[in-house]
Design a binder for this molecule. Structure first.
Ligand code: AHR
Length: 495
């Protein structure tokens, strides 16, 4: 296949947003316990945080981390997670049929964020709780001192306020599985009144209203419109959540799953802008794509339901293969290409639970295949996102009709220009011609490819680097051409 794109710094979409490289830590399975936190582990620091996980979190290039859920937050009492650990209650976690020990709570999470060099993003419970508890948590976290709750934080060891800027007003309340599931109207009113009250404490907060849990939700579109009609003036973002998987061996459709993400983003932007027009508002609502990933949800559905209430069970521990990493790369390209409206995003999740980082309790840590596209994009995407107008032959997919075999985006900054590209073809390489004339005499300083003859090859604790980016030898200088192997994620750096 032949494909082409053009790099011209005059044609930009938006600045690269650091918050595009967010992730998510939920009290779910082993994400917190034996994920980020494991006091007895050989690498544990004084706070019980695994240093090996902290190191890989930094290497992954994470900017912001959403916490504490997810479905979990819709039944969570944040007060259970503060104060002396020995006195914290054990509770039933209805979302994941587990026992929550509350050994980690908001103060520990913020301490972990400081160590990881990431910004915390907090979700409040609008499932079983409401405005009062959201205000209490905000006061506890962000008010300097001199009130009961802020002094309690100080007494619990955090003298400085946590200074959390971004707050999610609940989680997936459009989903019937959510504890405290609501209609769009019920949720829109509650979100608006919670936001208004939170802004009385701090008008500069960045607030996220829940959008849809997927573009396939029966209420998709109508939900966003109704919620934003209520909350438009008092929120900054509407959220999107999307998970993809290969169905019935249909690799072609799976590798094109970013087609749905693109449609999802465009539809939400159109809906938000239409509400803005009706309200005669000049304000623009952005998207926080605060859950996205590959997730084999059908396997999860087929798993034996938990009948007891275990602590930190193995849940959602998907093992990703090469094709997953390439589909994932397509999603990253789509998020970057939409940086004019998607100004925050969280890969769900960070460790063990549908995650790029895996651990064994008491044991090793390793990188899943999906770790690499995320780490490379976070490291090399800088400056502005360019409009590159990729041209490539199309192939037929069952799920999305005709889809280009290649997709790409590029960023351009002081340190150079980087192209991120996926080849979705199962059997043919793509010869990508890059028209870089507008950049003046640049050359390829590094070209890597993530690929393997076995598209279902995975990494494991015993073979952690089976799938990792390798130098791409198939680069030509004039005209600039790079050969993208079948089913591959590619990074081409020019300077
Ligand atoms: O990330 C796993 C779960 O997916 C989250 O708890 C929920 O918000 C979504 O349905």
């Amino acid at each position: 296949h032949q494909a082409k794109l053009t790099l011209d710094p005059a044609f930009t979409i938006a600045p690269v947003r650091r918050r595009t490289f967010g992730t998510f830590v939920e009290h779910l399975g082993r994400c917190v316990y034996t994920g980020i936190h494991e006091p007895g582990h050989p690498t544990a620091d004084d706070d019980g945080f695994r240093r090996d996980v902290l190191d890989l979190t930094r290497e992954l290039g994470v900017s912001v981390v959403r916490y504490p859920g997810g479905n979990f937050v819709s039944g969570y009492r944040w007060e259970d997670g503060i104060g002396p650990v020995a006195q914290r209650p054990r509770r039933l976690d209805l979302a994941w049929h587990s026992t929550e020990t509350n050994e980690v709570g908001v103060d520990e999470f913020v301490r972990w964020c400081r160590k990881a060099g990431v910004e915390p993003m907090m979700a409040v419970n609008l499932g079983t709780r409401g405005i009062a508890e959201a205000l209490d948590l905000l006061e506890y976290c962000n008010h300097p001192s001199g009130t009961a709750l802020s002094d309690l934080r100080v007494a619990n060891g955090s003298k400085e306020p946590h200074g959390i800027r971004m707050w999610c007003l609940g989680n997936e309340l459009d989903g019937p599985w959510q504890t405290g599931h609501k209609t769009a109207h019920e949720y829109g009113r509650l979100a608006a009144e919670t936001a208004r009250a939170m802004r009385t404490i701090d008008p500069t907060l960045e607030l996220v209203a829940c959008g849809s849990s997927g573009s396939g939700m029966p209420t998709f579109g109508a939900w966003e419109a109704t919620v934003l009609e209520e909350a438009y003036d008092v929120v900054d973002y509407v959220s999107c959540h999307a998970y993809y998987q290969e169905h019935d061996g249909d690799l072609g459709s799976f590798l094109a799953c970013s087609t749905d993400m693109e449609y999802f983003i465009r539809s939400v932007v159109a809906t938000a802008d239409s509400v803005g027009a009706r309200l005669k508002s000049r304000k623009r609502i952005d998207i926080s794509f605060d859950e996205w990933n590959i997730w084999y949800q059908t396997r999860n559905r087929d798993a034996e339901p938990l009948t007891d209430w275990p602590v930190a069970p193995r849940l959602l521990e998907d093992q990703y293969h090469l094709a997953d990493a390439v589909a994932f790369g397509g999603l990253l390209i789509t998020l970057l290409r939409n940086s004019d409206r998607v100004t925050a995003a969280c890969l769900a999740q960070l460790v063990n639970v549908i995650a790029p980082i895996m651990t064994e309790p008491g044991g090793r840590v390793w990188r899943q295949t999906t770790f690499h596209p995320f780490a490379q994009a976070s490291r090399h995407a800088a400056g502005d996102v360019l409009r590159v107008e990729p041209v490539a032959p199309a192939y037929e997919t069952k799920a999305y009709g005709e889809v280009p075999v290649m997709d790409a985006v590029a960023t351009h900054g002081e340190d150079g220009t980087t192209v991120f590209a996926v080849n979705r073809s199962a059997d043919r390489a793509v010869s990508l011609e890059i028209d870089a004339r507008a950049l003046g005499g640049v050359r390829v300083v590094e070209a890597t490819t993530l690929t393997d003859p076995d598209v279902y090859a995975r990494n494991s604790a015993d073979e952690p680097d089976r799938i990792a980016p390798r130098a791409n030898p198939d680069v030509e200088a004039d005209p600039l051409r790079v050969l993208l192997p079948p089913v591959s994620w590619n990074v081409i750096r020019l300077a």
